[in-house]
Ligand binder design. Structure first.
Ligand code: HAM
Length: 430
């Protein structure tokens, strides 16, 4: 017997029972993004591999170990499923010259792919909502992003369980000085380095600091700190960000060990973290990346942004008991008989014209079995049509959740009756 077909490990189906929470979440995010003047950008899921190598950095976990890369057999080109959204966003901004008339505030959402070891909160296909502000030197935009995220946690009911960690990676000169010190430090402890660290010692020593190897934790903890190398400009930028946070009453922890796993960052970096999700507690992360636009071939433009992990935020919402509004129809339309079935199609369309959500029972069955389905569907009303109702152009309306009496009326009157109890879907909040 052949093996049963299964989804790829670490890649999840989103089932209809889970969908209402996703839709609720997405609805809140869309309104929130609009409130801050961000506009949507959609880029392809597949890009040329070189884009991610250049943007994220050749010597990073993502590029070295986690990308889904394959050769397109039709033209021999190396392609990669996007592991994150910033690179694609910057590529699109350059390609379409979007900064020609000044800065842009953009957002994107969708699946990302990383070949990591799957565990709770860590998937091989996961979803991000990402925000990028390009063409702004900051620190006002850095602050805007932190205020935005703080507001979002409130909107999602998560403000009490997420906290902010902040660091500055300084500019190129600070990092060059730090790099020399790091190399010297790790060289004196070379025996304690694992294979990855040895390989990265000269190519990308900063990446040794975000090692996932617990055996190296102590060594990394005692390593020279970038924070100690920051020059005046970097310090002033960092101070301004902190002042902005203080003025808005947003609490944060300075974490000098926060270096992020992607090479493009400079100045402000941050992570919003929860301790309620186990090891995968970072729900949102980002920072400033002033060199990336130029590095990818565009005219130099400062930029900053962040991305959040949708699965992690939804897990957190479930953990704290945030419930999505029920995803149920207004009316379940029961129909028994041939004439009834024809009239029911017409009645369902009439109800939809009036703005109601209607499930039209399919597949036949007795009144009793259809009524059971109507009840189980969670709909507020059953509309019942038999052949004699159909002949009279009438319907029977039966409240399923205790609002009013069962009544047999003309179809038009049924619409009015429903309007008295149920607001049309078009006027409802998600
Ligand atoms: P990142 O830290 O690699 O940053 O990912 C951002 C968020 O995506 C993480 O904090 C986490 O919530 C979620 N995430 C990452 N990997 C996984 C996974 N395997 N399973 C589930 N969730 C995951 C970036 O991607 C940057 N592009 C963020 C950014 C935007 N920086 C500037 N602009």
């Amino acid at each position: 017997m052949s093996n049963p077909l299964r989804a790829v490990r670490g890649m999840n189906d989103l089932l209809p029972t889970d969908a209402p929470l996703w839709q609720y979440f997405e609805g809140i995010l869309r309104a929130w993004l609009k409130a801050y003047g961000y506009r949507e950008l959609r880029t392809p899921i597949l890009e040329h591999t070189g884009l991610f190598k250049r943007a994220i950095g050749e010597v990073t976990d993502i590029v070295e170990k986690e990308m889904y890369t394959f050769v397109d057999e039709l033209n021999g080109e190396s392609m990669t499923l996007r592991p994150e959204g910033t690179a694609s966003c910057v590529r699109a901004v350059i390609e379409h010259n979007l900064l020609f008339d000044g800065g842009k505030r953009l957002w994107y959402a969708g699946p990302m792919f990383r070949h990591e070891r799957p565990q709770k909160g860590r998937y091989r296909q996961f979803h991000q909502f990402g925000i990028e502000a390009l063409g702004y030197a900051g620190p006002d935009l850095d602050i805007e992003h932190l205020l935005m995220t703080a507001r979002l946690w409130k909107l999602l009911g998560l403000a009490d369980c997420i906290h902010l960690e902040l660091n500055s990676l300084g500019g190129a000169e600070s990092r060059a000085r730090h790099r020399e010190k790091l190399i010297a430090y790790f060289q004196t402890h070379e025996a304690l380095l694992d294979e990855d660290a040895k390989r990265r010692l000269h190519s990308n020593p900063l990446r040794i600091l975000d090692t996932k190897n617990p055996a190296m934790r102590e060594l990394v903890e005692a390593a020279p700190r970038l924070m100690d190398e920051l020059d005046e400009t970097a310090l002033a930028h960092f101070e301004a960000v902190k002042t902005g946070l203080d003025a808005a009453g947003i609490a944060y922890t300075i974490n000098p060990r926060l270096v992020r796993g992607l090479d493009y960052y400079n100045y402000t970096v941050f992570e919003w973290v929860t301790d309620r999700l186990g090891a995968q507690g970072t729900v949102c992360a980002g920072g400033r990346y002033d060199g990336l636009v130029q590095q990818l071939g565009g005219k130099a433009a400062p930029a900053c942004g962040f991305a959040m992990g949708v699965e992690r935020l939804l897990a957190l919402m479930l953990d704290v008991g945030v419930a999505a509004p029920a995803d149920v129809a207004d009316v379940y339309l029961i129909n028994v008989g041939e004439a009834a079935s024809r009239f029911a199609q017409q009645a369902a369309e009439t109800l939809r014209d009036a703005g109601f959500n209607v499930v039209l029972h399919g597949g036949g069955g007795s009144f009793k079995s259809q009524m059971k389905k109507a009840d189980a569907s969670g709909a507020r009303y059953a509309m019942i049509i038999g052949d004699d109702e159909a002949a009279a152009g009438e319907v029977t309306i039966k409240p399923l959740r205790g609002e009013g009496e069962q009544q047999r009326v003309a179809l038009a009157a049924a619409v009015d009756l429903l309007k008295a109890f149920v607001a049309p879907a078009s006027s409802r909040q998600l």
